[in-house]
Design a protein around this ligand. Structure first.
Ligand SMILES: Cc1cc2nc3c(=O)[nH]c(=O)nc-3n(C[C@H](O)[C@H](O)[C@H](O)COP(=O)(O)OP(=O)(O)OC[C@H]3O[C@@H](n4cnc5c(N)ncnc54)[C@H](O)[C@@H]3O)c2cc1C
Length: 380
């Protein structure tokens, strides 16, 4: 139905949907209760769903970014938490390893990351700084021929279970902000301490505080060049924000499907509540928004595949509208379902909690709008 997609994307969606039905839906509650889905990530890796855009020379399926977005959308219908872990690993970490890692790092980490055998967390945010990420305080000091990393990262998805961390650290004067930040791949070891951070939604993603205490790495651990983090992180965030748009899209579809089915079963005033026009309007309004946001998310992914200069603009639009949709749709779905929607037994209750995170992670929506404003001015 969408001109940005073709037959291959229909096939990807079918594969993802089958996996979701068989493996994700039965485990979604378990994930929400805190179970980190490592074994599902491995299975997704085997099916080529974890990083569909990864080229065959590294053991990937050689598809495209639209396929990545479709997988994330399908996962989010059942488990936004699994979709979140997947998008970080696929759209950011694997992307960075392919484009910016040394031969040595690629050799060691790339194929296992694509296959879901190794999980790598993206460690940018700190207690001091999230929106203002390039004021970060973690340092990497040159000692002999090595780099010694010290600092604390916060809110790190997969942080509790990751095999390694892509860490942004200061490699020069803090006055130079983004010009003196470098990315390092740091393997989990004795120098890494992790502690859980309890969160409202996307539970089971292993959200953690991560401390690096004198972690020593060599030059080969640098990703994107010395003082090169800014460019790489911006690309990561554009990829990630497009995927968050897709997560919002999936959440909205999952919520409205659940609510619509409930309205056909629930009787009030002698009729199924779907017969009330106000309920029909609630559902119709969310469905209209879903179709609109689909267009935007697929267009962003299409622009990414075509290396269009419009990609960053559409990535912001996808993130902003997708996350807003997720919050609106889950609130509406819960309202339609009344008390049952509010019960912790309802799927919509989980989706409602998960939806809120999409307005915050990969950049709070206010930051996304700041960027969107600048890009929209540039492109008219
Ligand atoms: C569930 C979850 C998972 C996450 N996963 C990761 C991860 O894997 N890796 C990682 O590095 N980080 C991760 N984060 C961190 C996330 O990216 C930050 O929370 C986010 O960037 C906001 O930063 P902050 O929380 O420090 O908020 P702050 O920077 O303190 O901002 C608070 C609020 O102030 C307002 N604000 C701040 N600056 C501006 C401005 N310039 N203009 C307008 N308004 C402004 C906004 O409303 C913003 O929401 C995750 C967060 C969550 C909640």
């Amino acid at each position: 139905m969408f001109p940005q997609l073709d037959e291959i994307h229909t096939l990807v969606r079918k594969t993802a949907r089958e996996f979701v039905e068989k493996r994700v839906e039965p485990n979604a509650r378990r994930i929400d209760q805190g179970w980190y889905p490592k074994e599902l990530l491995r299975e997704m890796g085997e099916l080529g769903l974890l990083a569909p855009h990864a080229p065959p020379e590294y053991g990937g399926p050689g598809l495209d970014f639209r396929s990545m977005v479709i997988v994330v959308e399908e996962l989010a219908k059942a488990s936004p938490a699994l979709a979140t872990v997947t998008e970080v690993q696929g759209s950011m970490i694997v992307y960075d390893l392919i484009h910016y890692a040394s031969g040595e790092l690629k050799e060691k980490w790339l194929e296992p990351a694509i296959r879901g055998e190794k999980i790598i967390a993206f460690a940018l945010s700190e207690p001091c700084c999230g929106s203002d990420a390039f004021s970060l305080e973690t340092t990497a000091e040159r000692v002999g021929g090595s780099w010694v990393i010290n600092g604390t990262k916060l809110w790190i998805t997969s942080g509790l279970y990751a095999d390694a961390f892509l860490v942004a650290a200061r490699t020069g004067s803090p006055k130079e902000k983004h010009k003196t930040v470098t990315l390092f791949l740091v393997e989990r070891g004795r120098c890494v301490e992790t502690a859980p951070v309890a969160v409202m939604g996307v539970r089971g993603t292993g959200t953690a505080e991560v401390k690096f205490n004198n972690c020593e790495v060599g030059d080969e651990a640098i990703v994107g060049g010395l003082n090169g983090a800014f460019k790489v992180v911006l690309e990561d965030l554009n990829n990630g924000r497009t995927c968050v748009g897709a997560i919002g899209l999936g959440i909205a579809q999952g919520a409205i499907k659940e609510a619509e089915s409930y309205t056909k079963r629930r009787v009030a005033f002698d009729m199924p509540i779907i017969n009330f026009q106000v309920v029909q309007h609630y559902i119709a309004s969310i469905k209209a928004q879903i179709e609109a946001v689909r267009g935007v998310v697929y267009t962003a992914a299409y622009f990414r595949d075509k290396n269009s200069e419009l990609f960053p603009l559409y990535a912001q639009i996808a993130k902003y509208l997708g996350s807003r949709l997720a919050v609106d749709a889950t609130r509406t779905a819960m309202q339609i379902m009344g008390g049952f929607g509010y019960s912790t037994d309802s799927k919509v209750e989980m989706l409602y909690r998960d939806a809120k995170a999409t307005e915050i992670y990969e950049g709070a929506n206010e930051i996304v709008l700041n960027t969107l404003f600048k890009l929209a001015e540039k492109y008219g």
